[in-house]
Design a protein around this ligand. Structure first.
Ligand code: ZN
Length: 416
């Protein structure tokens, strides 16, 4: 088994660990441990919120998540000899929930999916589902079931939501400038257009004193994917993947976390994956000067893993860039088209007895495939959403017999 190079005690917050992680991107977060190119090692991770969500039947904890705390990242791991301009080759050898533990921290045998309230970040369908909801999932080896979504069982495609290399000082400055410019176009929007640096609850790893203060004041929030990798939420970053990350600083400084037991393309409820803490095993290497050699300068490239659920039949929903609520046409808007595909799926699953919220939670967390199918046929972009039929323990395909409506329970709700 690979040596653990970043250790997490799941009974303690990230701040209380012997070597704390961090929750902002900054070039000066001190290296937690150094490894050599060619080595294999394990990193242990807290869940992305540092375990603010419990295994219970109320969504009040999702409603009240303090978003100054995420994402809780393990690392940074320094790779000897890595220099700006290199590519860091990262193989994901294995990952999973916290091994051999049950308990109150997400990843200890269970995980959760949350729909965020519009007032606290929202989600892809927040105008239709403005309140907080939650589903708790129990892990059975590779499979997940939920008391909040009866009738469904699926195989997870486990992956890290978020890994990346540290940005250079110049890169960090450009992120902060361009994101502030976007915020300034509509500074009071709910949810906000982007999230600027915020020292509240910021954690700077092993840094102390003035260095820690500077990292917390300047560090970029971890919400979006950026040039260094970051919060990709690509479900196909699974076991067996090989990722090529641009190196921006000496020793590369690889950090991450936000492990997911499963996720649908788009992670549409915002906290749409099945969130968990756990472990991830890596092999790392370097391609010296690889950024220039391969023209990989602004984002990582990767080879997806070859282990994924083997679903062969999909009930597929289609959306186009027309807002059917107002009968308004938009020009090749793939975001709107994907939203309409999701809404079409929600309406369909309601006919089987699920609430809209339950259907929304299912689309965020299960291994659905989302595709941009047509992006040139003016004026309508066309997106499609592939839902594996084998996840359901009842007939879910349309037929003259009609949908098998049943009592499908309910997801965890929040109180007003
Ligand atoms: Zn996540």
């Amino acid at each position: 088994m690979p040596e653990v190079r970043f250790k997490v005690d799941q009974t303690k917050s990230m701040r209380e660990q012997d070597v704390p992680g961090h929750n902002r991107w900054h070039p000066d977060v001190p290296i937690a441990e150094m490894v050599k190119p060619g080595s294999e090692f394990r990193m242990e991770c807290r869940d992305w919120t540092d375990c603010q969500v419990g295994d219970n039947d109320s969504a009040n904890d999702v409603r009240d998540i303090d978003l100054t705390i995420p994402h809780m990242l393990s690392g940074p791991i320094g790779v000897e000899g890595a220099e700006p301009g290199d590519l860091l080759v990262v193989d994901i050898l294995d990952l999973g929930p916290v091994p051999q533990q049950t308990g109150g921290a997400a990843g200890q045998g269970w995980g959760y999916t949350g729909i965020f309230a519009k007032a606290n970040g929202g989600g892809f369908l927040t105008d239709y589902f403005p309140d907080a909801y939650k589903a708790i999932w129990d892990f059975h080896g590779q499979q997940a079931t939920s008391r909040h979504l009866p009738g469904i069982r699926f195989t997870g495609i486990t992956h890290p939501g978020l890994f990346g290399t540290a940005p250079s000082a110049e890169m960090l400055a450009s992120w902060n400038t361009r994101e502030q410019a976007l915020i300034d176009t509509d500074p009071n929007r709910v949810p906000p257009l982007a999230v600027p640096p915020d020292a509240t609850n910021a954690l700077a790893g092993k840094a102390t004193g003035d260095l820690a203060k500077r990292i917390c004041a300047e560090g970029a929030r971890t919400v979006p994917a950026r040039e260094n990798g970051g919060n990709h939420d690509i479900k196909n970053f699974t076991r067996g993947s090989r990722v090529f990350y641009p190196v921006n600083v000496q020793d590369a400084k690889l950090s991450g976390g936000d492990l997911h037991f499963s996720q649908g393309d788009g992670e549409i409820t915002f906290c749409g994956a099945i969130e968990m803490g756990g472990f991830i095993d890596f092999h790392v290497d370097l391609i010296k000067g690889g950024m220039e050699t391969y023209g990989i300068s602004t984002n990582p490239v990767f080879l997806p893993g070859n282990v994924e659920p083997r679903y062969t039949e999909f009930l597929t929903f289609i959306g186009i860039s027309v807002d059917h609520d107002t009968d308004t046409n938009y020009y090749l808007d793939a975001t709107l088209a994907y939203r309409r595909a999701c809404l079409n799926a929600v309406e369909y699953f309601k006919k089987f007895g699920y609430s809209g919220e339950q259907a929304y939670l299912l689309l965020g967390s299960s291994p659905i495939e989302g595709r941009i199918s047509g992006i040139v046929d003016i004026p309508n972009a066309c997106c499609s959403l592939y839902v594996p039929t084998a996840m359901f323990d009842f007939e879910v395909r349309p037929s003259p017999a009609g949908p098998m409506k049943a009592d499908r329970g309910k997801c965890a709700l929040s109180t007003a």
